[in-house]
Each structure stands twice: as C-alpha cells, then as structure tokens.
Design a protein around this ligand. Sequence first.
Ligand SMILES: [Zn+2]
Ligand SMILES: [Zn+2]
Length: 173
Amino acid sequence: MRLNLTEYLESEGRKAEITVTYEKPSLEILPEAKELAGTFSMNLSIRNEEKGCVLLQGSGTLICKDVCDRCLTALDTEAPIQIEERITEGEIRGEAGDEAEERSYLDGYELDTDRLIEVYAAGAYPMKILCKEDCLGICSKCGHNLNEGDCGCDRFVPDPRMAAIGEIFAKGK
Ligand SMILES: [Zn+2]
Ligand SMILES: [Zn+2]
C-alpha cells in the first residue's frame, strides 16, 4: 500500500489508524524471500506530532514458512516487528542534511508500507533457524533425520591431514 503523508505532515493534530496488509506472498528480505504462512495485517497509527512531523507506530508478528538449518524440517518462523518512526518534512525535502536517515520506504511524500514492513522484518527475522536447540541434523551419508534415531551409517570422516600422511607412508613402501 502507498500512503501519502502530506496531510499528516501539514495538519496539526491529524491522525488515523489504518489497517495495513503486506501485499506480497513472500517476505522479501535479502538475501532470500520467505514464504508467508498466512496474511499479515497490522494497525498502523499515523499521527501529526507537530507541524512538519509525523509519527508512525504499529506492531505485529509475521509468520513465515522456513526450514531448520540442520535437519531441514519445515517449521513456521516468527518475525515480531514494532514500528516506530518519526518523519519530518525537512528530511523528505532533503533539508536535514547529513543527519537524515536512510528511508528506503519513502518515495517523496509517499510511504510504501510493504517496504516499511520489510525493513523491520529483516531486522527481526531470526539469523539461525533451528527446530530445537539441540537438533542433531541429518546423516551426511543417507540424509536420515537423526532426531528420529540413528540410521546406523558409519559417518566417521578421516582427518584429511592424517590421510595425506597415510599416503606418504603408502608411497614409501
Ligand atoms: Zn532440526
Ligand atoms: Zn545414515
């Protein structure tokens, strides 16, 4: 959704509560997109704080379909977001100089709510996705999920340095 902030910046005391829905099927947070487990909507409050200054506030939890980093089991992952942004007209006009924040969700006076949600979700999305803290992962030989019991494979990996020494001995014979 694109919202024009002009009236909220200009009219003192102007405020609104808007239901904002994330409009894409996947949460586009770099480096990859995460498929949403359900529609994400939240209430966004837009309030004029003083002339030329608007305050945006809203919170909610995005739920995405993801997989455990170790065992690849599908699981829902939550990204709780809490938006609080104060935007000034001076910033929009480029008069705030070096102190202006980088606001990729603003295009002039227009607010791109999808992008605003993405910026916050990217910061809130867990770095590590694990089905449980002590997930055992999968067998490197047969791909069996080791949380479901051992598969009986011999997963002993010889140390490559030891293997090199072994080769030297073998050549010497
Ligand atoms: Zn796991
Ligand atoms: Zn195995």
